[in-house]
Unconditional design. Structure first.
Length: 344
């Protein structure tokens, strides 16, 4: 921590005392988000995905989850822009996950319908979100480092340019990788030491969450995942326990791989797929082949389920050399996202 980080956020972050909605124009109207806007925003996000990430889009259940979390207030933390006919053309949501241990993070999500870009809507939206993010930071008494963060796809450079104009820096790169399940290397044996690999089951859930927090403790920008966030993730209809795997030694979880399947994405992708959301091993079990064995078991499960490809995202500078593990199994890069941040 720097000396600046030892000053409480309330004292070191300058934020507006109040926020007002952006001014309406002849063509556009602004209002705050509501919890019942999930379907409207999901439809908008799908139109945005054609430009930003053509292979996937947020599901209605994911959007509902984002708007209904106990620590999110859409009316204070979200903004919606509609055209003169009432159709949604842009949205933004600002969230600050609770209970940080070593880093306070505020995330800016949202965007503009591609057919309405280049008209100043994105600049207006981002400026409002940044002000709201500063308000959130300035409400905290914590003396910790703090980042305001947003992600942008490289294939849509206008988003990154907008963030850079607002003062954000490109801080990290995340690569999407795909693997043809039929050509993946067969699963290797679990490491020695009494390790057994089993499908994810409800009774393992809390132990897997704890292992996830331990495994990701030294990952860039990561903070512990609370029970509410974890439960929301595994209760989504896209989560697939039978396609996820847990590594145990006696009753201790030492590694895990979680899987998701969203069949709505298959037409966009041109193939059936499973998404590998989390891969982790606790520190004493790193570099012993456990991640490879877990991934191999998951790919075998994908094959038996008739899935054609596996998809995942990786931090290109992961301290665990995750990129090397994935490419050795047959994964190849496709696209890349950039994590932008402002440090406070």
């Amino acid at each position: 921590m720097t000396e600046n980080d030892r000053i409480p956020l309330r004292e070191r972050v300058q934020a507006p005392s109040s926020l007002t909605l952006p001014a309406d124009s002849a063509h556009y109207r602004w209002r705050t988000l509501r919890r019942d806007d999930a379907a409207l925003v999901t439809s908008l996000a799908e139109r945005m995905s054609v430009r930003d990430h053509p292979a996937w889009s947020e599901s209605l259940e994911e959007m509902r989850d984002a708007l209904e979390r106990s620590w999110v207030d859409p009316s204070a933390d979200g903004l919606l822009c509609t055209d003169a006919g009432g159709a949604a053309v842009a949205y933004g949501l600002v969230t600050m996950p609770p209970d940080p241990e070593s880093l306070v993070r505020v995330f800016l999500a949202g965007g503009v319908d591609p057919t309405h870009r280049g008209r100043g809507i994105g600049r207006t939206l981002l400026a409002w979100q940044h002000d709201r993010a500063r308000q959130m930071l300035a409400s905290s008494d914590l003396a910790l480092p703090a980042w305001v963060m947003s992600h942008a796809a490289e294939i849509a450079p206008e988003h990154g340019a907008l963030l850079a104009r607002e003062g954000f820096e490109a801080a990290r790169y995340f690569t999407t990788l795909e693997c043809e399940v039929a050509s993946a290397l067969p699963a290797g044996p679990a490491p020695e030491g009494g390790v057994r690999i089993e499908p994810f089951r409800a009774e393992y859930s809390e132990a897997v969450r704890v292992a996830k927090n331990q495994a990701f403790a030294d990952h860039w920008g990561s903070q512990p995942m609370g029970s509410e966030q974890w439960q929301s993730m595994i209760e989504l209809p896209t989560f697939r326990a039978p396609l996820s795997r847990v590594a145990l030694v006696d009753d201790e979880v030492v590694g895990f791989v979680t899987s998701e399947v969203n069949e709505d994405d298959w037409a966009r992708q041109g193939f059936s797929s499973g998404y590998i959301g989390l891969v982790g091993t606790v520190r004493p079990w790193r570099r012993r082949g456990l991640a490879s064995a877990l991934l191999g078991a998951v790919l075998e499960a994908y094959s038996l389920a008739g899935l054609e490809r596996a998809v995942l995202d990786v931090d290109t500078e992961s301290p665990t050399d995750a990129l090397g593990v994935y490419t050795a199994l047959g994964f190849t890069p496709t696209t890349r996202d950039v994590a932008y941040r402002i440090v406070y």
